[in-house]
Design a protein around this ligand. Structure first.
Ligand code: 9WO
Length: 250
């Protein structure tokens, strides 16, 4: 999968190119990242990329032409790319949305700065505005990296262990179950320092049942919005009932 990163700060993306799953995916040629800096396309001596908003208001906006030329330069490399702008005003990204975007061969990701981008860019150049959450951060770059990371995890052999994708939160619409590793006992935490017995039992059926129960319970407690979308079958209703009872008797 090819990513055309339109950004004033291409060096920001070292956080995904130099580390972890995305770094390995680049080394393996599973993903490629190319950079298109609007400043390189500003035609004045000062390489101006921003200007004051018409009608007044705080801060500066990113000008159309440097952005438009940067996007077109990216399109010249991969003409069929979907163009995405990362913005708090975008459609909310979730795992389903990632799965759909993972079907694309190439994406051009626009990371805004200042107070945002001129609306004509959104109107004439952008196919989709995407938000990673209802908050405003300093630039679109962090959101673009979230998108690159989430998509890389979905690409075939994009990560070391396919199994971990199945475990990842939201893969099946539930939050992930609690995980433990050695040592089995942490004395500093007294009784709370023990690993649940079932996980040490070697009984894989019971372990799977315990994990699913925990995932159902955690989702029920923390994310009623996900719970509403999740169709519980009869055995899951029983499991969740047991979880709720266990919690109330603790
Ligand atoms: C800022 C803003 C504030 C209120 C309503 C809409 C808004 N859009 C933007 C915007 O596009 N800002 C630009 C990108 C420039 C300032 C920093 N940027 C940004 C992107 N802040 N937060 C995001 C973002 C992107 C994706 N998901 C959540 C937040």
């Amino acid at each position: 999968m090819w990513f055309g990163m339109v950004s004033l700060f291409p060096e920001a993306f070292k956080a995904v190119t130099d580390f972890g799953i995305t770094g390995r995916a680049i080394d393996a040629g599973i993903i490629e990242m190319a950079y298109f800096n609007p400043r390189d396309f500003a035609d004045d001596k000062q390489h101006t990329v921003d200007d004051k908003p018409y009608g007044g208001g705080p801060g500066m906006l990113m000008k159309v032409d440097p952005l438009r030329l940067a996007i077109n330069a990216a399109r010249d490399v991969k003409s069929s790319s979907k163009v995405i702008c990362l913005s708090p005003s975008g459609y909310r990204l979730d795992q389903e949305g990632l799965k759909k975007l993972a079907l694309c061969n190439s994406l051009i990701l626009i990371s805004g700065r200042y107070e945002g981008v001129d609306e004509r860019i959104l109107e004439h150049e952008v196919d989709l505005e995407v938000s990673i959450g209802d908050y405003v951060i300093s630039g679109g770059e962090l959101a673009a990296m979230v998108l690159v990371d989430g998509l890389t995890r979905l690409l075939p052999s994009g990560i070391g262990c396919e199994e971990s994708v199945k475990r990842d939160s939201f893969f099946d619409g539930l939050l992930e179950y609690p995980q433990y590793t050695r040592p089995a006992e942490i004395s500093e935490y007294d009784e709370a320092g023990y690993v649940p017995e079932v996980l040490l039992s070697g009984n894989h059926q019971e372990i799977a049942k315990w994990r699913h129960k925990q995932a159902l319970g955690k989702t029920y407690e923390r994310r009623p919005d996900l719970m509403k979308k999740y169709a519980l079958n009869e055995s899951e209703k029983k499991l969740l009932g047991e979880y709720i009872e266990d919690q109330s008797s603790d």
